[in-house]
Design a protein around this ligand. Structure first.
Ligand code: CO
Length: 211
């Protein structure tokens, strides 16, 4: 245990040395501030590190991660990150990135109790209910769980769009664009679900704000 702990700090020293070897001004540039063009909303899963899988450097991605990359409209943490990213940092893109094999999505698909997180997983079960017909028709369990991951991302993209932060930004700044991706832990490849949204024209009317 102590060894692992020491390894973390040693790892940091090695990383600093590596970065400085690549670019002696690396940290001097970063300390001036950040202007990332992208907000990433992803899963907390350790196998899906936001920057690394899109080959991005520090300073390039503003990140929010939680269990199963959820956008829950009463989540003060997510809403604050979103508002800061959009209004202050003026990000050009918001990407919701799920991943196949997501433990949160699998747990939500089962009837098992997991304790406190059942309250969080409830939000994912609601996605299942919305798409129950399509999902129940998929008899292969793996196929059904992969599609559930995709549908969950699509619903979270819509949840981003439903916020007043985003709808006001569309009106005032003509951005950001909201996208849905799924990462495949098994081969490292990202699938663009091609559900990008740039305005509230096609949004269900009840969610559309007068601007
Ligand atoms: Co996950």
């Amino acid at each position: 245990m102590e060894e692992l702990y020491k390894k973390l700090l040693d790892g940091n020293k090695e990383w600093v040395a590596k970065k400085l070897a690549e670019d002696p001004l690396f940290f001097e540039k970063l300390v001036k501030g950040q202007a990332p063009p992208l907000l990433w909303i992803g899963c907390s899963d350790s196998r899906v590190p936001a920057n690394e899988i899109i080959n991005a450097q520090p300073g390039e991605v503003f990140v929010h991660r939680n269990l199963a990359n959820m956008v829950v409209h009463a989540d003060m943490n997510m809403l604050s990150v979103l508002d800061y990213a959009v209004r202050i940092l003026k990000v050009k893109h918001v990407i919701v990135c799920g991943h196949y094999g997501c433990g949160g999505v699998a747990a939500a698909m089962s009837n098992k109790q997991y304790g406190f997180i059942d309250n969080w997983l409830r939000n994912i079960k609601d996605v299942y209910r919305l798409h129950q017909k399509e999902l129940d028709e998929l008899k292969d369990e793996q196929q059904r769980s992969r599609r559930f991951v995709e549908l969950n991302v699509i619903e979270q993209v819509l949840n981003v769009c439903k916020t007043s932060t985003i709808q006001n930004a569309w009106q005032e700044l003509n951005c950001p664009h909201i996208h849905g991706w799924v990462y495949d832990v098994g081969n490292g490849v990202i699938k663009d679900l091609k559900v990008s949204v740039k305005n509230n024209v096609d949004m269900s009317e009840i969610y559309r704000f007068d601007l």
